[in-house]
Design a protein around this ligand. Structure first.
Ligand code: SF4
Ligand code: SF4
Length: 324
């Protein structure tokens, strides 16, 4: 077994469902696409996306001796909320905070790689952090392709092409290292003629192939926008308190996705079909204590409260009788 195969096996034993390697070269194509996206103002007020443009696409800005980049993905899917009279919390935010979970696993993987290689290799680990563009790295590492909904889609595993696609409900983890590992080739898969996500998006936020106008996106509005939600958009949130999964849920690549085997990503019971009346009574102290280990706990209580008020109004407008 090569060192790379042993590392992949160790990653799978830690629960990662996809694994790939790319070289640590600068990615001018990804950089140029990002600059183009910014030039249209599609980042809305996420000004942090304008900072450190080169470092997002150059692993050697993070580790000057870098030779390879390992990219892994972990399934977080579980059954979506299905009661329209209750609130909707995006699937990714209903379990334990994924930054904690994946960073712990990446650290274990780095320890294992040191043991397997017998070298005192250097590593830098990233989970949706550190101004590093992870999705283009995942594409280069052969994990999948970017769908029209701008998320990474894992079509099939290279080792088992008879399997169903793994889909897009995955968190990504990245390890930049000075170890030299054989790079993978790009994965096979495209959206083809499909436009389901574009047609299903309630706010027309998908403005091009893989291009999202954040200001129109419910996910941005409910988790990133610190100001008020525009009057024209609030009714389109429906019951979505935090995030939006519509453009992933309709995607045919997710039609056979299995529930995550990772216990940390199982939904907190209070976040699956949450009762709006009880959430609206929550104060900041209760919010902090209930969600400190959860992705929602990373966000401002005032935004959470604002979202609940919008959703309560939407649900009252839609269901004229008393709420369940
Ligand atoms: S997350 Fe929701 S609002 Fe945003 S692009 Fe997808 S479907 Fe549209
Ligand atoms: S719904 Fe269709 S167009 Fe959208 S990402 Fe999935 S395959 Fe691509």
């Amino acid at each position: 077994m090569t060192l790379k195969s042993q590392i992949e096996q160790a990653a799978r034993e830690l629960g990662f469902s996809a694994f790939g390697v790319t070289d640590a070269e600068y990615d001018p194509v990804g950089h140029s696409k990002h600059q183009n996206w910014l030039s249209h103002g599609y980042q809305a007020d996420m000004t942090y996306l304008e900072r450190g443009p080169r470092q997002r696409f150059d692993p050697r800005v993070h580790l000057s001796s870098a030779q390879s980049v390992i990219v892994v993905a972990m399934n977080y899917y579980s059954k979506p909320n299905d009661d329209p009279q209750k609130g909707y919390i995006s699937i990714y935010a209903r379990g334990r905070n994924y930054h904690f979970v994946l960073q712990e696993k990446l650290k274990l993987l780095c320890d294992k790689i040191r043991e397997l290689s017998g070298e005192n290799a250097s590593f830098k680990t990233y989970v949706d952090s550190g101004a590093l563009a992870e999705k283009p790295l995942a594409v280069r590492a052969g994990l999948g392709f970017i769908g029209k909904n701008a998320v990474l889609i894992i079509p099939k595993t290279k080792s088992d092409t008879k399997r169903h696609p793994l889909g897009s409900f995955h968190f990504l983890g990245v390890i930049i290292t000075d170890l030299r590992l054989e790079p993978d080739t790009q994965a096979i898969g495209t959206c083809g003629q499909c436009r389901k996500c574009i047609e299903a998006c309630p706010t027309d936020a998908i403005v091009g192939d893989g291009v999202i106008d954040a200001a129109k996106c419910i996910s941005y509005q409910t988790t990133q926008n610190k100001s008020d939600i525009p009057d024209g958009l609030a009714p389109l949130m429906g019951n979505m308190i935090f995030g939006c999964d519509i453009c992933q849920t309709v995607c045919p690549y997710n039609s056979h996705i299995e529930e995550t085997p990772e216990p940390a990503f199982k939904s907190l019971p209070e976040l699956l079909n949450p009762d709006i009346q009880s959430l609206i009574q929550m104060d900041e102290a209760e919010f902090n204590s209930r969600f400190s280990q959860n992705s929602i706990g990373e966000f401002r209580f005032s935004m959470f409260k604002r979202n609940i008020e919008k959703v309560l109004k939407n649900i009252r407008n839609k269901f004229s009788g008393p709420l369940k």
